[in-house]
Write a protein that binds this ligand. Structure first.
Ligand code: HEM
Ligand SMILES: *[C@@H]1O[C@H](CO)[C@@H](O)[C@H](O)[C@H]1NC(C)=O
Length: 498
């Protein structure tokens, strides 16, 4: 009851603030940048509406109209500048952090102070661990990744002689969550149903909570956060899982030294080794593991499901990959090295990232100082800037027949170029930004690519897959600029028949 009153009070106050704001010409309306959506008071809401419900169409329209230049669209409290084309992507990449800031943009878009906690901003010590320690350990940890993928698929999708339909989004999420957590917190915790549920739910809580908090004017956000986020409860719940593990590992270290025999080689250990000051508390360690899961599991599982849908729509692409995987595994076994040699599998995943990606935008930055693009586009301090991703990824100027899903596009480019690395899945470029580009490009992409390729390789040598209705990928689910695979579609699986 008290909570309800507070909610209504907050909503009323917000409405007043918004009305005043919409009726008054905004000083940050960037008059020199063309608007894709109406600029007049109140009417600008139509642009906000389209940003939320028809982002894909809006960005395509903007890209077609302003390619190589900038345009702006209305969000709730601000204009958001979109830049288009590789040249401007390159300029975002080169801009220093204290001018176009990734960290400050994230801090606001995810309402980090109220969701993941401000230490993720002030002390992002997990990022070098993701980029360096995790990546370096991939060859050693590969057998565990492989084992978890095999076990998870066998349990969740037992190979049968008859076709069986599985809702893909939920099941792929379970498999990705288990496999990632095998490396984050190890066995048996990675298979604990409550731990998995917590991590899947935490991401949704953060994203939805951040969206709701962002609807309120800044001075009301601390209050809104108390109503709309559940982070302290999530930490409590995570503490039940990880608390005993942390205490046990600490005890072992005290008794047998920092590198005691059989010390688990997982993300939790790496965090415990590097945490300083208040980050050493059990709550802080739990929140950091939740944060890494936040960055890792929805991104990876959505990416995989997009690819799986495509494969189920075009099952004729299974065989070429099946042949490749069998040939490579015969020579190198199931190893990290083998994953590197699977060019068709790599190409398929990379093409899926190009074609679907995670959404219409990438490389969102907040200007901490005035910035001017080389074409003269002036970005005043305080402005949000993003690169338009999907329309560029589909542009014939950069990808021949860009609207066509060509699974071997990148493996053919690798064969032609005679050099192996530039067109592999983990390579970013000014025309390829599903992982961003430059210094802030996803540090987890080496882990993600390895895991997703191992999953795809396992699928093609274990199963036949298809859709009930052949040839068609079910419509994706767009929420603002995010492009999720269809939430309810089922993929048919059976044990491979040849
Ligand atoms: C296919 C899966 C994934 C995709 C598509 C993806 C995509 C991205 C993108 C687009 C960014 C922002 C780049 C920018 O704005 O320049 C990012 C950042 C990040 N990603 Fe990923 N990601 C994936 C998987 C992962 C995984 C598995 C992890 C952890 C193990 C991870 C950890 C991070 C972190 C920590 C950042 C922030 C980097 C920074 O602050 O500089 N990601 N990711
Ligand atoms: C799933 O796909 C079907 C068929 O393409 C479509 O009608 C439906 O709206 C989609 N649903 C979601 C939630 O993505």
């Amino acid at each position: 009851m008290k909570g309800d009153l507070l909610t209504y009070g907050l909503l009323a106050l917000t409405t007043i603030v918004l009305l005043v704001k919409w009726l008054k010409p905004s000083p940050s309306s960037l008059p020199h940048i063309p608007a894709l959506t109406p600029t007049a008071p109140i009417l600008s809401l139509y642009g906000t509406y389209r940003f939320l419900v028809d982002n894909k169409g809006l960005m395509q329209e903007g890209y077609a109209k302003y390619k190589g230049k900038a345009f702006k669209v209305a969000e709730i409290f601000r204009w958001h500048v979109m830049v288009t084309g590789p040249k401007m992507v390159e300029e975002i990449r080169k801009a220093p952090d204290d001018v176009l800031s990734f960290d400050d943009a994230t801090r606001q878009t995810l309402q980090v102070d109220y969701t993941l906690g401000s230490n993720v901003y002030y002390n992002p010590y997990h990022i070098p661990i993701v980029r360096t320690t995790l990546t370096r350990n991939l060859p050693i940890l590969f057998p565990e990744v492989r084992d978890e993928i095999k076990e998870a698929f066998n349990e969740i999708i037992p190979p049968t002689n008859d076709w069986v339909a599985y809702p893909a989004v939920d099941n792929m999420m379970k498999i990705v969550c288990r496999t990632s957590n095998r490396i984050f917190v190890g066995l048996p915790k990675c298979r604990d149903p409550d731990w998995m549920k917590l991590n899947v739910q935490f991401t949704i809580d953060v994203v939805v909570g951040a969206f709701k908090i962002g609807m309120f004017p800044p001075f009301l956000r601390p209050l809104a956060a108390r109503l709309f986020t559940n982070v302290p409860n999530s930490i409590d719940r995570g503490l039940k899982h990880l608390g005993p593990m942390i205490r046990h590992r600490r005890k072992m270290m005290e008794e047998y030294g920092k590198d005691y025999d059989n010390k688990p080689n997982d993300f939790l250990s790496w965090l415990m080794d590097d945490a300083e000051g208040e980050e050493q508390t059990e709550r802080a360690l739990v929140l950091r593991i939740l944060t890494v899961n936040f960055a890792a599991i929805h991104t990876s599982s959505q990416s995989f499901t997009h690819a799986l849908y495509r494969l189920a729509a075009n099952p004729e692409w299974i065989l070429p990959m099946r042949e490749e995987v069998e040939r490579v595994v015969k020579a190198d076994g199931w190893t990290k090295l083998a994953m590197q040699k699977m060019r068709k599998v790599d190409s398929f995943m990379k093409e899926s990232q190009r074609y679907y990606g995670l959404g219409a935008l990438s490389m969102t930055r907040l200007a901490l100082k005035d910035f001017t693009f080389s074409d003269g586009t002036f970005i005043p301090e305080g402005t949000f800037v993003s690169a338009v991703a999907m329309p560029m990824h589909h542009d014939d100027d950069y990808y021949s027949d860009g609207e066509v899903f060509n699974p071997w596009r990148f493996s053919e480019m690798r064969d032609e170029d005679g050099e192996g690395l530039r067109h592999q899945m983990v390579s970013t470029g000014s025309e390829y930004i599903p992982f961003g580009h430059g210094k802030h490009a996803c540090p987890g992409r080496f882990f993600a690519a390895n895991e997703l390729k191992a999953m795809l390789a396992h699928v093609v040598v274990t199963y036949d897959v298809k859709f009930e209705k052949e040839g068609v990928v079910p419509d994706p689910f767009w929420a603002a600029s995010a492009n999720a695979p269809n939430l309810s579609a089922k993929v048919l699986f059976r044990k491979r028949q040849d």
